[in-house]
Design a protein around this ligand. Structure first.
Ligand SMILES: [Zn+2]
Length: 324
């Protein structure tokens, strides 16, 4: 990218109740499209409670493939197509929502923008995403230490340890962002009926993930081409993390509905561990099985239990073979 490309970027600076909103178009939108998007952005920034918590927000309109590689690796998985945030911006408190010019006409553009702003605010409140980079680096180091015990055939096993960690993290970050989408359009009705319905429909997701996870573990030892493909497709279903949006949203809803001391602002400040613990307590007060848990073993998905399952399979497969 040369200097002249930079000069050609269209940049608009606005002030919304003392907060700075900057829109940078790197995709050369036509005047009409830009004007339309400009209107939508200002409307959200003026009315969406969550946006008001941020002193400054930038919106960069650019194609996802545009830019360096780091950006492509770090974008939010599912939001990739319409909009995304890059956790590396958040480390320096640069609050940037990236928007794909191809999808600006999408019906869901408002909720998508609200979703990304919620991610930024969540990080602003608790550093959940920018710390994730550090935690992920630490995890890499730890895995690297035991790396020599992984032979060529079983090398992919170590990725799955990391995968499990991010799956659980995603329940927290995507759950909050998804909840805020509905919150942005004032579409959250707290009632016993809604609570029960959401619980009932969401419950199927962790059950499905747990079944997939078990079939995946069973297939880990098989090394023929077909089994390998089956395994990969199983992992990709879990790995798409789509289920984490709904599971997370159910947790936020349950916390707000059952624990009257909590607000969305307080929830955003909770560490992941406390977030799940509080959820477990709330569900207990209702005599309901929590959908996820960290270490109590109560949840349909329990982080420690899944980690132990993974570890048992690893030990059986690679350490036996490494000893040969
Ligand atoms: Zn997201």
């Amino acid at each position: 990218m040369g200097l002249f490309d930079f000069v050609r970027y269209k940049k608009e600076r606005c002030n919304v109740d003392g907060r700075e909103i900057i829109i940078i178009d790197k995709s050369k939108l036509n005047k009409e499209k830009f004007k339309k998007l400009h209107k939508i952005i200002l409307e959200i920034c003026s009315n969406y409670k969550i946006a008001k918590y941020l002193p400054k927000i930038e919106f960069h309109i650019k194609h996802p493939k545009h830019g360096n590689k780091i950006e492509e690796v770090n974008v939010e998985d599912k939001d990739y197509i319409v909009g995304w945030v890059d956790p590396r911006d958040l480390i320096d408190e640069r609050f940037i929502v990236y928007l794909n010019p191809e999808y600006l006409e999408s019906k869901k553009i408002k909720t998508n923008i609200a979703h990304e702003i919620a991610h930024i605010w969540h990080d602003y409140s608790s550093k959940i995403m920018s710390n994730k980079i550090e935690e992920s680096d630490k995890l890499h180091d730890a895995i690297f230490k035991i790396n020599k015990r992984f032979n060529e055939k079983t090398r992919s096993l170590r990725d799955h340890r990391e995968f499990l960690f991010f799956y659980f993290r995603s329940i927290h970050t995507e759950g909050l962002a998804k909840f805020c989408e509905a919150y942005a359009i004032g579409d959250v009705l707290m009632s016993e009926k809604n609570f029960n319905e959401i619980y009932k429909t969401t419950k199927q997701l962790p059950e499905m993930i747990f079944d997939l996870w078990n079939s995946y573990l069973r297939k880990l030892g098989d090394n023929n081409e077909k089994e390998r493909k089956d395994r990969e497709s199983l992992l990709s279903v879990i790995g798409e993390k789509i289920s984490t949006y709904d599971i997370g949203q159910h947790i936020i809803y349950s916390l707000l509905y059952l624990d009257h001391n909590l607000t969305i602002e307080k929830i955003a400040k909770l560490s992941f561990f406390k977030f799940i613990k509080k959820y477990e307590e709330s569900m207990k007060s209702k005599n309901l099985k929590p959908l996820v848990s960290i270490s109590s073993g109560e949840g349909i998905l329990d982080y420690n239990r899944m980690l132990n399952q993974w570890w048992m399979v690893c030990k059986k497969l690679k350490f036996d073979k490494a000893d040969d």
